[in-house]
Design a protein around this ligand. Structure first.
Ligand code: AMP
Length: 286
């Protein structure tokens, strides 16, 4: 596996693989089974392309963190991360420094102003502009044919599909399903921040989403308002959880649903356990 730190190392690697299809998996590191499932999926896609390469990136992107967020504290276990990349068949990892990605006097940022105005975007102003900007740069630097993103970050996936559509990036976007602990908690690099008490309560986020989705699927909850009330009731059982938002949205436009029937619903929520903000989402199995 090639480890590229500088732009020139990355360029040399790409030149040595000229003509080979490439699948990109962007990450911020602190890799867990959620990330490695994306590497495995990238491997399948690369094989379908007739022997393509898997390129991963590990970059904690300062531009997508708010001023009071955890950019400095974000875990960076690089050696472990590289070992996981190797074990899962990654061909090259790009691990740039911040100064390699951003010029000090950079003055251009990509702005997404529809899908980002709600949900996590409302709680984290500027976050998705930072994501769009770095993903666009990583696409330009690594020139992938396809890129894989997790459904765990559902709004991010929708925003990136929009980025690719609206700016004509020649990259196929694929979704990886959410990998969970046995008790349903979605794997996240931020789960390490949870105290044992918070960790014990955290699976309620997923349980409440699933129970509400089931109520919609079996016709017991007939309107989004009823479903919202049910979710609030279920999550209120957790003393340590402070709900940030719960929404039932159209799975592709992320517009809040006023009624069930026409579009595919997606249930999305975020909750704080102490200072740690966890997100999750589920579809409705009809
Ligand atoms: P991050 O390192 O948090 O930026 O995540 C990198 C990629 O991994 C994103 O596309 C995430 O959606 C995806 N990801 C994070 N957690 C999970 C998970 N539990 N299951 C599947 N994919 C995930």
């Amino acid at each position: 596996m090639e480890v590229c730190i500088s732009r020139s190392e990355l360029s040399s690697y790409l030149a040595s693989r000229r003509g080979n299809p490439r699948v990109l998996v962007p990450t911020m590191g602190a890799l867990h089974r959620g990330h490695t499932s994306l590497f495995d999926r990238a491997g399948e896609v690369a094989r379908e392309m007739g022997g393509g390469d898997i390129v991963a990136t590990i970059f904690v992107n300062p531009v997508q963190f708010g001023p009071n967020e955890d950019f400095e504290a974000y875990p960076r276990p690089l050696e472990d991360d590289l070992a996981k990349c190797r074990e899962h068949g990654v061909n090259a990892v790009f691990v740039p420094e911040v100064a390699t990605i951003y010029a000090e006097d950079r003055s251009i940022t990509i702005t997404e102003n529809r899908l980002s105005s709600t949900l996590c975007g409302a709680s984290r102003p500027g976050h998705f502009d930072g994501v769009c900007t770095v993903v666009a740069k990583l696409f330009n630097l690594t020139l992938p044919d396809a890129a894989i993103f997790g459904e765990k970050d559902y709004q991010q996936l929708a925003v990136i599909r929009r980025l690719v559509r609206d700016l004509d990036f020649p990259v196929r976007i694929l979704a990886g399903s959410t990998i969970r602990e046995n008790d349903g908690l979605a794997l996240s690099s931020r789960n390490v921040y949870l105290t044992p008490e918070q960790r014990a309560e955290a699976p309620i986020l997923h349980r409440a989403l699933v129970a509400t989705a089931r109520g919609i699927a079996d016709g017991r909850l007939t309107t989004p308002t009823e479903a919202g009330d049910e979710f609030l009731h279920l999550i209120s059982a957790a003393d340590l959880a402070r709900l940030d938002y719960f929404e039932i949205v159209d799975a592709s436009t992320l517009e809040p649903l006023r009624a069930f029937g026409r579009s595919e619903p997606r249930l999305i929520a975020a909750a704080f356990f102490g200072k740690t903000r966890l997100i999750d989402n589920v579809g409705v199995q009809v």
